[in-house]
Write a protein that binds this ligand. Structure first.
Ligand code: UD2
Ligand code: MN
Length: 528
């Protein structure tokens, strides 16, 4: 009897539970169906090819209202555009258009940039789910801060036009262009005259060359918007890029958000996603930024949802203004280029915040072929000329395993120094690397014995065969083999030899180097 009663009770309970849940499941599926039906119908409508587009507000469980922020008018305008470079298509390049002179000033093809429209259209390469996303009806406004140093005219203008055309005006507090002491004529009065047509654009200028970090800080210090959004001066923002960023910050102000950075090709300006699209930021032991795949266990069910990222790429992000200053902004001691992305990323995570990449926000960026701008003194850059040969060390064709050779010293600013084949960096690791310290190629001078050629080899930063010192007698000394760099001027070969400071073939002049840097490079040496 007892058993029967228990069974009866169990059955009643089960029935009651089913009664409670069934209608909900039913309602839920109805709701989902309705929702799906709605977007399916809208998908077919010509007027709203993108998403919901009904101007309605959507109440959410948190009591906050959402809306569809797409600007369908501008989307349609973009869709109608045709011509070279439109829809982000590669510009049809001829042989001559490829000439290095087109790249010299900017590190990307300015000829192509000049020949495609300033207001060109871009392909909408977002995840399809992004078309149906709604964001808070009330979003904070933002100051958009763009530092520039000697930026090309059309690449800078295209950045501004794309922002004006693809951003809801109500969300822009101002656009601050911060000139880092450029000397190109078009960036002076001409720029001011041009920008006068945009009520929200302000131009401020540094009083001396500061580098991108202090330049951004100057912009941030005068910004009035609730959020600071930083961009590089050669970007094109894509459809509905800003609302998803601001939304994430509105939900939690201790958040830094980054758009997905798309690639604008430096040759033909074609627009496409980076390889492997959904990756997250990382860095290696040399503090070089890289992107690595998101492990499956961390992938979102909806791949268009924001995901956390350990470090940002650096250039493009949005942050709550007050919180940026609570974090201490950037360290103003950071020079010219690089490293600032780690500083800010670490602070975010250490100060109880979070950092997100937002797949529904996409911004194109021109990745340069090489760094075009001069790096002022204070850096560890030099050309290495041999006294006897009057020739320079040249890393042309230098890849891992290749021998270093001598070549005619090229003048500053000419084609080859631009691509850094005769410029070398002396770093704290006491190795010598071709390339300027900004985007250094990771090859190092390497010698395996006291009589071997000097080769370029992948840098390991562990001294040994890649450890060098420059001595007062102008010899380039290799401690591990106790020998010096020598050369054969006739054959233009460079090799190791027993040190003979009196031999001019063993004397090397470091041109244009900052002496303090060279001294630092040699600081730990006992030999002279
Ligand atoms: C990346 C970042 C860049 C920055 C940099 C350093 C992206 C897409 N880009 O290199 O924003 O974080 O890494 O870590 O993430 N500029 C100055 N003064 C200078 C040098 C540069 O104002 O002395 C400007 C320049 O015009 C540009 C910005 O700073 O708007 C970044 O410089 P970049 O484009 O040469 O750097 P990039 O894209 O190679
Ligand atoms: Mn850049």
């Amino acid at each position: 009897m007892k058993r029967k009663q228990k069974r009866f009770l169990q059955m009643t309970l089960l029935f009651a539970v089913t009664l409670i849940f069934l209608p909900n499941i039913g309602l839920w599926s109805l709701y989902r169906e309705k929702h799906l039906v709605k977007s399916a119908i809208l998908g077919e409508q010509q007027a709203f090819p993108m998403g919901i587009g009904d101007g309605q507000l959507y109440p959410w469980t948190d009591g906050l209202k959402r809306k569809d922020w797409h600007d369908y008018e501008s989307i349609q305008k973009d869709a109608m555009r045709s011509g070279k470079g439109e829809q982000g298509k590669p510009y049809p390049l001829t042989e001559e258009d490829h000439d290095d002179s087109a790249y010299r000033e900017n590190g990307f093809n300015i000829f192509v940039s000049n020949n495609i429209a300033l207001e060109r259209s871009l392909p909408d390469i977002r995840h399809p789910n992004c078309k149906h996303k709604v964001y808070l009806e009330k979003l904070p406004n933002t100051s958009i801060i763009i530092p520039f140093h000697n930026e090309g005219w059309t690449s800078l203008l295209r950045t501004i036009h794309s922002i004006i055309n693809r951003t809801p005006d109500s969300l822009i507090a101002e656009i601050i262009l911060v000139d880092d002491f450029s000397d190109r004529e078009h960036l002076k009065e001409k720029l001011e005259e041009y920008m006068a047509r945009f009520a929200k654009v302000r131009i401020v200028r540094t009083k001396k060359r500061e580098g991108l970090i202090r330049t951004r800080l100057l912009g941030a210090s005068i910004a009035k918007g609730e959020v600071l959004t930083f961009l590089d001066s050669h970007c094109e923002v894509n459809v509905n890029w800003l609302p998803p960023l601001l939304n994430q910050i509105a939900l939690n102000h201790k958040t830094i958000v980054c758009p997905m950075i798309d690639v604008i090709d430096h040759n033909h300006f074609g627009y496409e996603a980076q390889a492997g699209d959904a990756m997250r930021g990382a860095f290696d032991w040399e503090m070089y930024y890289k992107r690595i795949p998101i492990p499956p266990e961390l992938q979102r069910t909806d791949p268009s949802d924001p995901f956390e990222s350990p470090v940002m790429a650096g250039g493009l992000f949005a942050v709550n203004r007050k919180w940026f200053w609570e974090l201490g902004g950037y360290d103003p001691g950071l020079e010219i280029w690089g490293g600032e992305q780690y500083e800010i990323s670490f602070k975010v995570w250490m100060c109880g915040g979070g950092m997100f990449d937002v797949p529904c926000s996409r911004v194109g960026h021109i990745y340069r072929k090489y760094v075009p701008y001069k790096v002022p003194s204070g850096t560890s850059l030099a050309r290495i000329r041999n006294v006897a040969a009057n020739l320079c060390v040249d890393s042309k064709h230098g890849g891992t395993g290749t021998e270093l050779r001598l070549d005619i010293c090229v003048k500053d600013g000419s084609e080859r120094t631009w691509s850094h084949e005769q410029l070398f960096t002396f770093g704290w690791r006491e190795d010598i690397r071709p390339g300027e310290p900004l985007h250094t190629r990771k090859f190092c001078f390497d010698a395996i014995s006291h009589s071997s050629p000097v080769t370029l080899y992948d840098c390991h930063g562990m001294k040994g065969n890649q450890h060098w010192s420059y001595r007062k007698d102008k010899t380039l000394f290799h401690p591990v083999s106790s020998s010096c760099v020598d050369c054969n001027p006739a054959e233009k070969k460079i090799f190791m030899n027993r040190c003979d400071p009196l031999s001019e073939t063993q004397q090397w002049i470091f041109e244009h180097i900052n002496m303090t840097v060279l001294e630092k490079f040699n600081s730990k040496k006992t030999s002279s």
